[in-house]
Ligand binder design. Structure first.
Ligand SMILES: Cc1ncc(COP(=O)(O)O)c(C=O)c1O
Length: 408
């Protein structure tokens, strides 16, 4: 049996159960900040949106989407290689300022950004990112998001793919050294800010691949906008001037950025040009939608004028308040990541907990295998700058009574 069939077989029982239980796929009729009104009339406070700064709900971002539609229509349905709304050029310039001079290329999503860059990088043709005659050897963190893991078969067309736990640095180093000793170029891939918790020591990983003549590839989807004075993300904020140029960073425009899309950041201008000319989603696919790019331009301006930095402080106040209400055993306690998790263990307990939390008025995620390890299901919360302190205290009380069996 292939790996995917095995994984789906193991997941089926609890994944089918959560779908059948009505806990998932809540139909929202209207949104007001963190409040959602469902079509069945329930009014809930959501802790599931990854728009950690609340930008997507702002009037200026909405207005920018409307204005873009008024100018260009809903979609210019041609690859950007032929014709593009001038907004795309504006967005590139603004993103370049946010990314501190790195060269951005935008896509419909982070997933399509991965699909664009991974084969070109592996081919050895990407300017500034040379690959040895023996080809690449991939090493991927076990916690890497599914959107990259799904490309393992593509990677395997170019070289071996090994999965290791990047939290175990000795093992990671040993795997990299094995690849280098075989005359292959290392491509190390991981999430910088884990979608289910944790962060990777991106400086250690990039120093390792640098020393061995390889490249690091960081999915910074949950770091974009949340870290750094200009919201440049976890990698550029943490790395600052110590960051190697032999890396590729992929950010999201759909999460804290408050618009829609994905962005690849490259250290080489030629690589960005190459990606636009030869990557499949860019050269042979349609562009991000017009409202997406209109709102992204408006959001980029908010990154550069200090608004995003101020919202980051609000977010940190909320995560600190949340942490102060629990003991340190919750996932990401004390971290600057906006993600928190309460591990409940068995999958059906997580489904029950999510259902009970909805009865208390809160929408949360029951994160279960294959998103997290089997038997380590958790309630995942996405905390936002726009939650009120009552929201935070309320959900903490509900968690304590619903999951931890303590009085609220
Ligand atoms: C770490 C990470 N990478 C990639 C993605 C996929 O992003 P997109 O929906 O833009 O393809 C997600 C989505 O949740 C994610 O959490």
């Amino acid at each position: 049996m292939n790996y995917l069939a095995k994984r789906l077989m193991v997941a089926k029982l609890h994944q089918d159960a959560i779908w059948d239980s009505g806990v998932n796929e809540l139909d929202v009729a209207a949104v007001e900040g963190k409040r959602v009104k469902l079509v069945d009339g329930r009014k809930l406070t959501e802790f599931v949106s990854c728009s950690y700064l609340g930008l997507d709900q702002r009037q200026d971002i909405r207005d920018a989407a409307h204005s873009a539609i008024d100018l260009f229509g809903v979609q210019m349905s041609a690859a950007r290689t032929r014709i593009r709304a001038a907004l795309f050029g504006q967005l590139d310039d603004l993103l370049m300022s946010i990314l501190g001079g790195w060269y951005p290329v935008t896509f419909n999503s982070v997933s399509s950004a991965h699909l664009a860059i991974v084969p070109l990088l592996a081919s050895g043709e990407l300017p500034g990112y040379p690959i040895a005659q023996n080809g690449p050897g991939f090493i991927m963190d076990k916690c890497t998001h599914a959107s990259l893991q799904a490309l393992r078969a593509i990677m395997a067309q170019f070289g071996p793919v090994e999965r290791v736990d990047f939290q175990n640095f000795d093992n990671t180093m040993a795997a990299c050294e094995r690849i280098a000793a075989s005359g292959k170029t290392i491509i190390a891939l991981c999430d910088s800010v884990g979608s289910m918790g944790g962060t990777v020591d991106i400086l250690a990983v990039s120093a390792l691949t640098d020393r061995l003549g390889g490249f690091s590839y960081f999915d910074d989807a949950h770091g974009t906008s949340v870290f750094g004075q200009r919201g440049q993300g976890f990698v550029f904020h943490t790395g600052q001037t110590r960051l190697s140029e032999k890396i590729i960073v992929v950010g999201s425009l759909s999460k804290a950025f408050g618009a829609t899309g994905g962005v690849v950041a490259l250290s080489d201008a030629g690589a960005a040009k190459y990606l636009k000319r030869y990557s499949v989603p860019y050269a042979f696919g349609g562009p991000p939608s017009i409202p997406a790019v209109g709102s992204a331009v408006a959001s980029a301006n908010l990154h550069l004028d200090g608004t995003v930095h101020a919202l980051q402080s609000e977010l940190r106040k909320n995560t600190s308040l949340f942490d102060s209400l629990f003991s340190a055993d919750i996932v990401n306690s004390g971290s600057q990541s906006p993600i928190r998790g309460i591990v409940v263990g068995e999958e059906f307990r997580a489904i029950d907990a999510a259902r009970v939390l909805q009865r208390h008025g809160f929408v949360t995620t029951a994160a279960m295998y294959p998103t997290v390890e089997l038997g380590k299901a958790m309630i995942r919360l996405a905390i936002s700058a726009t939650h009120t302190s009552d929201d935070i205290r309320g959900v903490a009380r509900a968690i304590k009574s619903a999951i931890q069996g303590r009085p609220g």
